[in-house]
Design a protein around this ligand. Structure first.
Ligand SMILES: [Ca+2]
Length: 425
């Protein structure tokens, strides 16, 4: 479409030509049929301060999404008593702050409720390049009043956002109450390359989601409120199968990764540094690098979990806790090529590297579990550089997993597999 920019002198309005619709800062609510939006249209949100941007029934198509981007600078949304951006009943829509090449985050949002919420059967939603701070929840993507079987939220994609100083979760996708059987499911979730810092509850949680990937996110200082059951860097909740890889999670109050999903997934190439940082290590729950909890017996049977090439540094309690509950995952699980350095639980038990409460049917292979840095030889431990020095015994000592993946945490190639998240190049 030919893009025209003719800005009439209108207050509180929107205007558009040839597939481009311009929205001034006074316009807070847009209903698709009033705007006349069509699949493939672009909504340009004018730079400047505004209270809200609420879109209803904006429906693109699979190869013609509706794109909503900032125009002519940064859009600042400050919503004192509502969500910042709200999508009600929207489909095939992309909200992206990449409208100005000079700005990483073309939308900047503070809000008393969610920074961004999509609900009312919204599906095929992509959210990118948005900074959200001082919101209750950063991004909230699920529909509460649609029962299971009536709706599936498909292709939820969230990337390159910066979410910090939230009261509760940083990103909350899908219902946490899969087991009750009422809430809708999700199919296709990819949360990648987001930055999180200082979230009150979990930084990132996904529930009821199949075909899910969580990758490349950098998370620091999760779970600042230390609220029981609301703690974690990344939480994979019941009903989900998420591959979790290439994430960095550091200095959180909660555990690094909690997986209570369906099993059959991989957790690999993650760096987890000092999870449970200020916790009391006599409290065994919630202070581990990776916790696997099997919740759904009927979904878990036979679905083993694969934990490869993670580097876990000084978890307050255990490196990996596997199977606290009876309904644990399948019996073919593999824990290979991981570095676990100095778990705090060693003060009490020798099994603090991997604590297996029940069902010992795992293959545990080619890991380095130690409380002596000489057994690893990181490049610069005191500077939090957990790459391998050229003398490291971890180099080329891993199980060959090249048929499964062939890159490290930096997406650099793995050939003869090293142990840990970083492959020495
Ligand atoms: Ca190697």
């Amino acid at each position: 479409m030919k893009k025209l920019l003719i800005i009439p002198f209108l207050l509180s309005s929107f205007w558009g030509f040839c597939g481009s619709i311009y929205v001034g800062p006074e316009t807070e609510f847009l209903l698709a049929k009033e705007v006349g939006v069509k699949p493939g249209d672009t909504i340009f949100v004018m730079a400047g301060n505004r209270k809200l941007l609420h879109l209803a029934r904006f429906k693109g198509k699979a190869n013609k999404p509706i794109v909503v981007i900032n125009y002519n600078g940064q859009v600042n949304i400050n919503s004192p008593d509502n969500d910042g951006i709200k999508l009600n009943g929207c489909e095939h829509i992309i909200i992206s702050g990449n409208g100005d090449a000079a700005l990483e985050y073309g939308f900047k949002i503070t809000a008393s409720h969610a920074g961004i919420q999509a609900f009312g059967r919204s599906t095929h939603v992509e959210i990118a390049h948005i900074e959200i701070s001082r919101a209750n929840i950063g991004i909230l993507l699920k529909s509460n009043d649609v029962s299971r079987g009536k709706f599936v939220q498909e292709q939820t994609i969230v990337h390159h956002n910066y979410i910090h100083h939230t009261e509760r979760e940083g990103i909350y996708i899908g219902s946490s109450f899969f087991v009750e059987g009422k809430d809708h499911l999700l199919d296709g979730v990819w949360v990648y390359d987001n930055i999180f810092d200082h979230t009150g509850w979990d930084s990132l949680q996904v529930g009821s989601a199949s075909q899910c990937k969580i990758s490349g996110n950098h998370i620091s200082r999760d779970s600042q409120l230390r609220e029981t059951y609301q703690m974690g860097g990344i939480s994979v909740n019941p009903g989900s199968d998420c591959d979790v890889y290439n994430n960095i999670i550091s200095n959180g109050e909660g555990p690094g990764i909690i997986d209570q999903g369906n099993g059959g997934n991989m957790i690999y190439n993650n760096l987890i540094v000092r999870p449970g940082i200020n916790g009391d290590k006599t409290q065994p729950r919630g202070l581990d690098g990776i916790i696997i909890l099997g919740i759904n017996r009927e979904h878990s049977a036979g679905n083993s979990i694969y934990i490869y090439n993670n580097t876990i540094i000084e978890p307050k309690n255990n490196g990996i806790s596997f199977g606290y509950d009876e309904e644990i995952q399948g019996d073919q699980s593999i824990i290979a090529n991981n570095i676990i350095y100095k778990p705090g639980g060693l003060e009490f038990r020798r099994d603090a590297y991997i604590e297996t409460m029940r069902n010992p049917a795992y293959r545990i292979s080619n890991n380095i579990f130690t409380d002596d840095l000489k057994d690893i030889l990181f490049s610069n431990f005191s500077a939090d550089d957990f790459t391998l020095s050229s003398q490291s015994p971890a180099i080329d000592s891993g199980l060959n997993l090249s048929s499964i993946f062939n890159f490290d945490i930096l997406y650099l190639p793995r050939e003869t597999f090293d142990i840990g998240a970083y492959e020495k190049q």
